[in-house]
Design a protein around this ligand. Structure first.
Ligand code: ADP
Length: 382
């Protein structure tokens, strides 16, 4: 069924009464006139025209009319104005008409003839209430869709902006790198050790800026990739992450213990590999124990949610900074102490959030850290 275009909400609900007997229309109009603006029609065609012209909340129609029966009228009224609430007025014996009105006209209710004023009034009041709730629902859905659209637009603009900025920043950086190269090799007389030392500083800064730009791009691109939710076996995901970190594990002499069983989750395996790669590499990097020990395991699961952790015996994180480290480019150490840009955990958090989960850290300085994340079990009902 196509969505009916939103119409401005009427100040007073409009009720339309359709009956070929003029006295009945007048009686209903009289009965409801105090609470509603009541319109009347003695022919189905006239009623359809009225519905096209004015926003009507509730329409009551008699089944027996000469040109078009009530149920046929409702089927057409529903096609044109699905939001208008429909009430059939019919005799008890007219069960077939009632069935057709329910099936084709999706009527809200019916009033049996001969009707009592209280019964009719009560039915209309309930229908109006129903219209109000449905209208509120429709308005909220529209507002949500509008807000989503705005958000999507802002997001797209931000991504486009980041791209442009990144490209524009890289251009002068390349030139700086090229000039430092010339200065090293082509100057006559050649640079003295002090000059070369300054040059090293410039080059280091340029390289760091390159890495920052790349990480910024990587961060914004996380949501860019089409999300492919599949069954991701975390044992496999972690083994892939470890393959990427083979050099770092070897260089640090670390011991990596991966639990025998890890859950299968609903997720994008590629992004999850990146997530574990970031967490494990941090565990290796911010670590002074000999040997560094990294453990990957599953915590208690609850319903459709599973918990996974990455634990290390590294330097730990002070309680005051345990939130801040998940922000983009937030670091707790000088680059000379531990290299990095501060994008890793922001990427981890973004990936977990894209999977509908959460990530948090438990840690005390000097006693290692445990990063816990929640993910959805594969095949969990939505
Ligand atoms: P980077 O590793 O590039 O510094 P991250 O975003 O991955 O950036 O981490 C942010 C900061 O959080 C790090 O600079 C470090 O201070 C702290 N941190 C992250 N992981 C650990 C860990 N396993 N142990 C101790 N500190 C950590």
């Amino acid at each position: 069924m196509s969505e009916e275009a939103p119409r401005p909400a009427p100040a007073r609900h409009r009720i339309l009464v359709v009956d070929d007997e003029r006295q009945t229309v007048s009686a209903v109009k009289h009965l409801l006139r105090r609470k509603y603006k009541v319109l009347g029609a003695t022919r189905a065609q006239e009623a359809l025209e009225l519905l096209d012209q004015e926003p009507v909340s509730v329409v009551l129609c008699d089944q027996r009319m000469p040109e078009m029966t009530g149920d046929a009228f409702f089927a057409e009224a529903r096609r044109r104005h699905p939001n208008t609430i429909r009430i059939l007025i019919t005799a008890y014996a007219d069960i077939q008409a009632l069935v057709r009105s329910i099936n084709n006209g999706h009527i809200f209710g019916y009033v049996a003839k001969p009707w009592s004023p209280e019964e009719l009034e009560h039915m209309v009041a309930r229908a109006v209430e129903h219209w109000d709730v449905s209208e509120l629902n429709r308005r909220m859905t529209r507002e949500l869709a509008d807000a989503n659209q705005l958000l999507q637009k802002a997001n797209d603009e931000l991504k486009a902006f980041t791209h442009v900025v990144a490209h524009d920043l890289k251009e002068p950086l390349r030139t700086i790198a090229a000039y430092t190269q010339f200065m090293r090799g082509d100057l006559e007389p050649p640079l003295q050790p002090e000059g070369l030392h300054y040059l090293d500083g410039i080059q280091r800064c340029a390289e760091h800026l390159f890495r920052l730009i790349d990480d910024l791009m990587r961060f914004t691109e996380i949501d860019h990739i089409e999300r492919a939710l599949e069954q991701a076996e975390l044992r496999y995901v972690v083994s892939k992450a470890l393959e990427m970190l083979e050099g770092a594990v070897r260089d640090t002499g670390a011991e990596v213990r991966v639990a025998e069983t890890l859950p299968v989750v609903e997720g994008d395996a590629g992004r999850l590999v990146l997530l574990f790669q970031n967490l494990i590499s941090n565990g290796l990097k911010f670590n002074q124990s000999a040997p560094p020990v990294i453990e990957v395991g599953a915590g208690p699961s609850e319903g459709d949610t599973v918990e996974v952790f990455v634990r290390d015996n590294g330097i730990g994180i002070h309680h005051d900074y345990q939130q801040q480290i998940f922000e983009l480019f937030e670091r707790l150490h000088a680059r000379t102490e531990y290299p990095g840009t501060g994008a890793g955990l922001a990427i981890v958090r973004r990936i977990v959030e894209l999977h509908g989960g959460e990530v948090a850290v438990e840690s005390t300085p000097g006693n290692g850290s445990t990063f816990r994340l929640t993910l959805r079990r594969a095949g969990a009902a939505r």
